[in-house]
Structures are given as C-alpha cells and as structure tokens.
Ligand binder design. Structure first.
Ligand code: GLA
Length: 393
C-alpha cells in the first residue's frame, strides 16, 4: 500500500522518489474512562493499527501543497507559510494547517514549504479520532522534515491546542495522547490532570476487542460536547465553595455524595456524578484487568455505558441499541459506547470462538431495531505516531 501511495504522490506532485519521507499516526479507541479527560480524571485508551499516512517532500519555496486520497474531489489545496488562516474552503486542510500555525507560534522554524499526500483508513466521523490522527501525522512530519528539537508529549499538547484554538473544538487531551504515545498491544492509563501514565498489556486470553460503528452521523456532537463541558465546570465551581479541589477528578464517590447538595441544578449534578464515578471506575477496571479479571473489567464497561446513558446523556438511540444488541449475545464479556458519543462506535470484548456469531447476530439485532447497518472491526492495537522507515514499518 505504501508503494502505491508513493507512486500517487510522484504523479500528483511531479516529484522523483529521492527525499520522499513517510509518516504515520494511528487512530484510537477508548476502553473505559469517557468524558473524564477534561474533568481531570483518568482514561484508558489504546492506539489502533488503522490510521493516517503522510507521504511528504520538502520544497524550495514557502508553499505548502496538500492532497488527500480520501477527498479526491477537493484536489490539491495550497497555501503559503506566511498565510496560515483558517479557511472554510480549505476543509480538512485546516487540521494540518492549524498544527503548522501552533508549531510556528511556539517558535519552531518551519523554514521551507512542502508537498504532502495524506491517506487515512480510519472510518471517517466514527469517533475513532481521525482528526487527532491527522494532527499527530502532521506533527511527526514537521519534526522529521525540519529536524525540530521537540518531543512527543510537546507534540501531543500542540496538536490538542491546534484542535482547541484553530478548529474550535474544546476537546481534552485523551485522543492526541493515545495517538502520540500509544504502544503495541498495550493500553495506556493516563491521569489527565498530571499527565502521569502507565502502559498496561492487553492480555485478553481467549477474547478480542471489537469496534462496531453505528453509522449514525455525529450531528450536533461538537455543540453538545461543549455544553457538557460547561455543565461540569459549573458543578465544579459550586463544589469549590466548600472544597479545595482542582477538578472533579479529585473527588471520591463518597466525597461527592457528601457535597453534591452544593450543586444547584439537577442536570449539572448528574453530569458531575458521571465524571466522578467514571474516574473511579476506570482506575478499578485497570486493576481488574491487570489481575486477569476480564469479566470484572467487562462489568465495569457496562456500568460505564449506563452512566453515559442515564447521567451524562450522550448515548442516543443508535448507541444504546448497538450496546444492548451486544449485551444480549453469548460470548460478550463487555460492551459500551466509546468516544464523545451522540453516534459513532461501540467497543466490545468478545470471546474469540464467538466473534463470527456475535457480528452476525448483534448486527441483525441492531438493524432490526434501527434500520441501520453496523460495521465491525477486530481491533489490532498499534503503536504511536512515527516516521516509517525500513526499520519501523
Ligand atoms: C472526544 C474528545 C476527547 C474526550 C472524549 C470523551 O473524543 O476529543 O478529548 O473528551 O470525546 O471521553
């Protein structure tokens, strides 16, 4: 596949093969710890083997030319390094452009322009972080082409900042972190307040992780996401009247129960409850996994979904239908929505000898209830963003 992409690059940009470099950033799936990152809690995601490829070559002038095999109808989009404005017409190019802009603001010298072809095999708009993936692919490309003295954690933070400030989505750090710092066959337990992290091997014995896409477009997702953030921020402020805490992630469920009367609105109280309990659940789930208690982990995945459905209210008809379809099947150890919600994907742990019947039966159950068709993917857990060379492919 990489050979084909290089050939495509040479045709589109009329370039020869010398000095072409290849970069890659994965997508991510979160196993547990949802809507906890911007609340100072814990998350437990892993990187996918699916992701975004960037084939690139430096230019001698200041122009940047970008092409995506996923949006061929948009053709080559170009801009100058001196004019890094958000432009509606530049569509997906605003993501890499935002990253270049942030790098420059931090003083990294991008001395020359470049040509780049992107290709991604993450299903689009499915909540598997195709946007964070292109941001990190751009980051490692800039570091590689211009020999920048920066490290992965800085690139993770700059990519998140590009999404927050240039694109205008107030996401937390989970996606960029998982994509930058992912490790093959491991998930990462990240404390989003301190950025302390530990890798945990994904030894599921006779089971596999399966992603199922509801194929429900995530309409209104960004505005609802920002609304949830403000509800939690308001709840935190009211709790801070009596408690010295920096975030909801600082509270145990017991402390929350003692002080929840400080939160005035019923809705804000439910949102905060989810953030606090989900954070505790995530830490407990990782301990269970490390002890080999996969069923215990699966039970906490179920509780996570219920809390996202009843208290955080970000699931919706399709995600609920797909998760219920999964819960009803034999060989399913756990299943929940993953990512921001309001459509997108579920993640399930399924016994290997039941995978085929799971896909068939849960798929049918889902279609019967919603009229939609779900797509299923057996997860291969990959490593973080990097340059692909003869040694790292
Ligand atoms: C999106 C955001 C993340 C995180 C999840 C919910 O993926 O980009 O920062 O908040 O939603 O857990």
């Amino acid at each position: 596949m990489i050979e084909n992409l290089i050939n495509r690059f040479m045709k589109i940009f009329q370039a020869s093969e010398d000095q072409i470099r290849v970069f890659f950033a994965p997508g991510r799936v979160n196993l547990i710890g949802e809507h906890t990152d911007y609340n100072g809690g814990h998350v437990f995601p892993c990187a996918l083997s699916l992701g975004t490829y960037a084939i690139a070559k430096k230019r001698e002038d200041n122009m940047v030319r970008m092409y995506s095999s996923n949006f061929e109808n948009l053709g080559v989009i170009e801009f100058s390094l001196e004019n890094l404005q958000y432009e509606e017409a530049h569509d997906w190019v605003n993501y890499p452009k935002g990253v270049i802009d942030i790098f420059q603001k931090y003083g990294y010298a991008i001395e020359k322009g470049f040509d780049v072809l992107f290709y991604g095999n993450i299903p689009n708009g499915a909540g598997l972080s195709s946007s964070a993936s292109i941001e990190l692919a751009t980051s490692v490309l800039l570091k590689g082409l211009f020999q920048l003295d920066t490290d992965m954690i800085s690139m993770v933070k700059m990519s998140q900042q590009a999404e927050n400030e240039f694109i205008g989505v107030s996401c937390g750090i989970m996606d960029q972190f998982a994509i930058g710092m992912g490790k093959e066959n491991h998930a990462v337990l990240l404390n989003c307040q301190t950025l302390d992290y530990t890798y945990s091997p994904l030894e599921l014995e006779h089971a596999s992780l399966i992603i199922a896409n509801t194929n429900k477009r995530r309409g209104l997702a960004d505005s609802k996401y920002n609304e949830r953030r403000s509800e939690c921020e308001r709840a935190l402020k009211q709790l801070q009247a009596e408690l010295t805490i920096e975030s909801l992630g600082d509270l145990t469920p017991e402390q929350f129960e003692q002080h929840k009367h400080l939160i005035q609105s019923d809705i804000d109280r439910k949102r905060a409850k989810h953030a606090v309990y989900e954070n505790t659940r995530t830490k407990e789930a990782v301990v269970k996994l490390q002890k080999g208690d996969i069923n215990g982990f699966g039970e906490l995945m179920k509780q996570s979904h219920e809390s996202l459905r009843d208290d955080y209210e970000v699931t919706g008809k399709e995600l609920d239908a797909l998760v219920e379809a999964a819960w009803a099947q034999e060989g399913v150890i756990g299943s929940r929505m993953t990512g921001a919600g309001f459509g997108g994907c579920t993640i399930s742990i399924v016994q290997n000898d039941q995978i085929e019947s799971f896909i068939e039966k849960a798929g049918k159950h889902y279609t019967d209830n919603t009229g939609l068709t779900a797509n299923f993917y057996v997860v291969q857990v990959g490593s973080g963003a990097k340059e692909l060379t003869a040694e790292t492919v």
